[in-house]
Design a protein around this ligand. Structure first.
Ligand SMILES: [Zn+2]
Length: 251
């Protein structure tokens, strides 16, 4: 089984019944998590009831992408003491933030830290984290196995690195914050859905999944805007949505 399941689709803070950024990747029994924002951990535990995870990747230190890593930390520390350390791939600021919540505990007792950006072999995957422009260091993530690739932007402004990150991927998960006034800012740290479509086209991605919707935004309008730029399938991330990976008819 090779699939990705959306744990959360909101940017900044969650809408009622939703969660912030998070994705669960199943690959022939290997379990990889991409981001763990607000309210994603209960959804992760619904998806994998035993809570077992093989590796976690966090794009950046903002809490809408990493706060539930703290819950997972407590689960490992108190619920499964003495277990193997969990491989964690993230920019260094992520553990600094978690350390503020747990100043008396050594986070390295639970996490086996691998800094991003960088390239690693992670279970079945070649994983690459590329630096993308945001308010804090953000690593766009590309994972690839058996010639099938998935990429995820985290939070980013427009940059040619997005075309490199998503080059020929089966599924490109791109943030579409559509924050008011974003395109007139002198320094760009977030994308519009139109730009998400444009960079998916430049990357030559097969499918585009928009995510990180600003609470209250019209998601159908975001998909329509991206479709103007991108000819492939455009989906809106939705809590609980599962997409098969590497199967051409999976939409
Ligand atoms: Zn965010």
């Amino acid at each position: 089984m090779r699939q990705v399941t959306v744990l959360g689709s909101c940017g900044a803070f969650p809408e009622p019944g939703r969660a912030c950024s998070g994705f669960a990747v199943d690959w022939d029994g290997y379990r990889l998590v991409l981001d763990l924002g607000y309210a994603t951990l209960p959804r992760l535990l619904r998806h994998w009831p035993d809570g077992a995870v093989d590796a976690v990747v966090i794009t950046h230190e903002h809490p809408d992408h990493c706060i539930d890593l703290h819950g997972l930390f407590r689960m490992r520390l108190y619920g499964q003491p003495g277990g193997a350390r969990l491989p964690l791939f993230c920019p260094p600021g992520v553990l600094d933030r978690l350390g503020g919540l747990e100043p008396d505990v050594d986070l390295h007792a639970v996490f086996d830290l691998h800094p991003l950006p960088g390239s690693y072999r992670v279970g079945p995957f070649d994983l690459t984290g590329l630096s993308l422009p945001h308010f804090v260091p953000n690593a766009g993530i590309r994972i690839e196995a058996d010639g099938i690739a998935l990429a995820y932007s985290g939070d980013t402004g427009p940059t040619p690195v997005l075309a490199e990150l998503g080059r020929g991927v089966d599924l490109f998960i791109v943030e579409a914050t559509d924050y008011d006034g974003e395109t007139s800012r002198p320094t760009r740290n977030l994308l519009t859905s139109t730009e998400a479509g444009r960079w998916a086209r430049r990357a030559g991605a097969r499918r585009l999944m928009l995510t990180h919707f600003w609470p209250g935004n019209d998601r159908k309008a975001a998909v329509a805007a991206a479709q103007v730029e991108f000819d492939g399938a455009v989906l809106a991330a939705e809590e609980g949505l599962t997409l098969m990976l590497g199967t051409p008819d999976s939409g």
